[in-house]
Design a protein around this ligand. Structure first.
Ligand code: NAD
Ligand code: IPM
Ligand code: MN
Length: 356
C-alpha cells in the first residue's frame, strides 16, 4: 500500500516541526513498511515570497492528489507590515475551504509527567481528557469584510447545514467516548449562536439520543476550562470560539507546543497540524517543541492513512519520551527540537503483533 503525504512546512518554526515529524514518520516506515512518500511545497509567507501567492494553484493541485497533508504553521511580522497586503493566513483559510475541512478536531490529554507544567493545581488537572471539535470553514472567518477610513465590518454567518454536519462529527465522537457533548455559543447575544443552539439541540435529540447534551455560553466556558476542565468530554463550537478556547486548552496542558489537530471533511485528504503558530520569537533557534506536530502525524496515520497501529506506536513513543522528561524549553526542559525528535525515534517500539 502506498501512502502519499504533502508536507507544507510554512513559516517560522513550521518547517522545523514538520521536519521533526517527517523524520519520525520515516523511522516508523522503516520498521512497519507503511509505504509512506513525502512531497514538500512552500506555503504561507514562504509561498508569497516564492510565487506571490500564499497558496499557489500547483500546491492546491498537489494537496488534492495527496492522501493527507501535514502542515506546520504560517505567518510572521514580515508579511503583516502593509495592512492591505495578502497575508499568509489567507492561504491557510483557502486550504481549509477548498478541501471542505469543516471539522477541526483538537484533543487535550494531560500527561501525568506534565501535571506540574500546567498553570493549574494538580487536583484540577489530573485526568483531563477532552476533545474540542471546532467548526472550521464558516462563521466570521469566511464572511464579507469591509473597511473604510472610519469603520470596519466582519460578517458572521452560519447555515443550518453547516451546523448540522459539524454537530454530527462531534456527537459521533462523543458516542464513542464518554457520551457527553458540550455545545458552546453566545446565544444570549448572537443570532448565529441562537441558530447554532437550535440546530445542535435538534440533531442530537433526533439522531444521537444516547448522547448527553449541554449548552454553555462561551464566556462561562472560558472560565470552566480552568476551574473544572475534567468535567468535559467533547466540546463543539463555532470557528472563532474554537480558535480562542483551544489555545486556552493548550496552556492548561502545559504548553501550546503540545496540542495536535486534525481537520477533516466528508471525503478527500485531511490536514494535520499542531494548533500553535509560527512562533517568530523562537524561529531558527532549534528549540521549538515538536510533539504537537508529531502527535498530529499520529492523528494523520489513524484518520487519513488507515494505519491505526502505527498511530498507537507513535503516540506511545511520544508518551514515553515525555515520561523520560525529554522536554523542550517551553516545558521547562533543555532538550532541543532535534533531541526531542531523536528521543521519539529511539522509543518507537513495534510489537510483534503490529509488525506482522
Ligand atoms: P504562536 O502560536 O506562534 O506563539 C505563541 C507563543 O507560544 C510564542 O511565545 C511561541 O514561542 C510559543 N510557541 C508556539 N509554538 C511553540 C512550540 N511548538 N514550541 C515552543 N513554543 C511555542 O502565536 P502568535 O505569536 O500569536 O502568532 C505568530 C504567527 O503565527 C502569526 O502570524 C499567526 O497568524 C500565526 N499562526 C498560525 C497558525 C497556523 O498556521 N495554524 C496558528 C496560530 C498562529
Ligand atoms: C489556528 C490559527 C489560524 C486560525 C490562523 C493562523 C488563521 O490561529 O489554526 O488556530 O485562526 O484558525
Ligand atoms: Mn489559533
Amino acid at each position: 500500500m502506498s501512502r502519499h503525504v504533502v508536507v507544507l512546512g510554512g513559516d517560522g518554526i513550521g518547517p522545523e516541526v514538520t521536519g521533526a515529524a517527517v523524520e519520525v514518520l520515516r523511522a516508523l516506515d522503516a520498521q512497519l513498511r507503511l509505504g509512506l512518500s513525502f512531497e514538500t511545497h512552500t506555503f504561507g509567507g514562504a509561498a508569497i515570497d516564492a510565487h506571490g501567492d500564499p497558496f499557489p494553484a500547483h500546491v492546491l493541485a498537489a494537496c488534492r492528489k495527496a492522501d493527507a497533508i501535514l502542515l506546520g504553521a504560517v505567518g510572521g511580522p514580515q508579511w503583516a507590515r502593509v495592512p492591505t497586503a495578502i497575508r499568509p493566513e489567507a492561504g491557510l483559510l483557502r486550504l481549509r475551504s477548498e478541501l471542505g475541512l469543516y471539522a477541526n478536531i483538537r484533543p487535550l490529554n494531560v500527561h501525568p509527567a506534565l501535571v506540574d507544567a500546567s498553570p493549574l493545581k494538580r487536583e484540577r488537572i489530573e485526568g483531563v481528557d477532552l476533545v474540542v471539535v471546532r467548526e472550521l470553514t464558516g462563521g466570521i472567518y469566511f464572511g464579507q469584510r469591509t473597511r473604510s477610513d472610519s469603520r470596519a465590518t466582519d460578517e458572521c454567518a452560519y447555515s443550518v447545514a453547516e451546523v448540522e454536519r459539524v454537530t454530527r462529527t462531534a456527537a459521533t465522537l462523543a458516542r464513542n467516548r464518554r457520551g457527553k457533548l458540550t455545545s458552546v455559543d453566545k446565544a444570549n447575544v448572537l443570532e448565529t449562536s441562537r441558530l447554532w443552539r437550535d440546530v445542535v439541540t435538534r440533531v442530537v435529540r433526533d439522531e444521537f439520543p444516547d448522547v448527553q447534551l449541554e449548552h454553555l455560553l462561551v464566556d462561562a466556558m472560558a472560565m470552566y476550562l480552568v476551574s473544572r476542565p475534567r468535567d468535559f468530554d467533547v466540546i463543539v463550537t463555532e470557528n472563532l470560539f474554537g480558535d480562542v478556547l483551544t489555545d486556552e486548552c493548550a496552556a492548561v496542558s502545559g504548553s501550546l507546543g503540545l496540542m495536535p489537530s486534525a481537520s477533516v471533511g466528508d471525503s478527500g485528504p485531511g490536514v494535520y497540524e499542531p494548533i500553535h503558530g509560527s512562533a517568530p520569537d523562537i524561529a531558527g533557534q532549534g528549540v521549538a517543541n515538536p510533539y504537537g506536530t508529531i502527535l498530529s502525524a499520529a492523528m494523520m496515520l489513524r484518520q487519513s492513512l488507515h494505519a491505526p497501529e502505527a498511530a498507537d506506536v507513535l503516540e506511545a513513543a511520544v508518551h514515553r519520551a515525555i515520561s523520560d522528561r525529554m522536554l523542550t524549553r517551553d516545558l521547562g526542559g533543555t532538550a532541543t527540537t532535534a533531541h526531542a525528535t531523536t528521543a521519539v525515534v529511539e522509543r518507537l517500539r513495534v510489537t510483534d503483533a503490529v509488525a506482522a
